[in-house]
Design a protein around this ligand. Sequence first.
Ligand SMILES: Nc1ncnc2c1ncn2[C@@H]1O[C@H](COP(=O)(O)OP(=O)(O)O)[C@@H](O)[C@H]1O
Ligand SMILES: [Mg+2]
Length: 343
Amino acid sequence: MAPVYGIAACKGGQGKSTTVSNLARLCALYGARVLVVDLAQPGTATTSLRDIFPDGEFGELSGAMLSFQRLAPGARPDMARARAALEAMRLPILLQSQPSWSGGFVAALPWDELLGDAAAQLPSNLILRGLLDALAGAVDVVLMDFPAEGGPLLTNALAATDCVIVPLVPETPALEGLETTLRLLARGREAGHAIRLGGILLTRCDPKNKRAIEIVQTLRQSGEVEGEPLGQQLFRFAIRQNEFFEQAYRYGEPIWERSSNAAHWAGYVLLAEWLLRDAGLAHLAAARRGPALLAADTRILDIAALMLPEPEVRLSDFEAAHATSGAARAETARGRTGMGART
Ligand SMILES: Nc1ncnc2c1ncn2[C@@H]1O[C@H](COP(=O)(O)OP(=O)(O)O)[C@@H](O)[C@H]1O
Ligand SMILES: [Mg+2]
């Protein structure tokens, strides 16, 4: 079964959609078959991928979900019916593969305006899960842009997700959003869904901003919140603050078409590799290529070095320092559980 990664933040502007679209392009570049599920108004993750959208008429995910309006309360759609419901909508949409992707692809279930209303009319929170299960054999990983607001669509998203990545802009109000997101995961677990926290990713991180240091220290000292040892859940690398992500979105292009400096997206390369390994696809993660082919002196924003005069370290030094943790999270001691143990 393809693991489902939810990119979730209860506060807007944290870089959720940017993370989804960059991860999708990068994982496909490594040869993975990626499904993007865009549940976040107004469909920014989908729009970010518009350079590779095919022409043609497609139905909507809300339509596929509504075909289960008369399902028994709390039931999960069966595979054959779920597959038929998607096919009737000509979903998912297969985006245009690039020659460099060598077998990888991105398919999408784009956001549509009726999703929220549709979810509210459904008799079960397992309908999205059922639809994704029907596609699970045809893809390697699913990336879901979570709705920012609560409600039945969010409950459907939680029930369909195996692992959550929380992007976080290092600003004080974002910490409250993080707590809300963690409460949400706890609620999902209470409802019986085996959903784990993959990690917290600092995004839009300006190494000269002292707030970033304070936030990292706060997280490291905060102990457990909703059962999660926060300090150990931070990814070691952060995503740099830079203008090229916004430009890439505006022009509907990958960031590497806007800038030639790989340091701007290197954090997402490391995140894509973490995700592929976590998903049991370590053999794909080993083959860096194209825009993921980082030079040894590419600058990585290392959150362990944030308080030092030079928080950006050479990739080779970063990888040497964190070799045992797969350059992933802040602490190595955490036992790997769930899907991570498969690799
Ligand atoms: N690392 C970054 N540096 C600078 N701007 C960024 C970065 N990541 C995202 N952005 C910009 O910040 C805004 C919010 O990002 P977005 O991914 O849409 O957040 P969310 O989906 O969480 O609301 C967008 O304009 C996006 O282009
Ligand atoms: Mg968004």
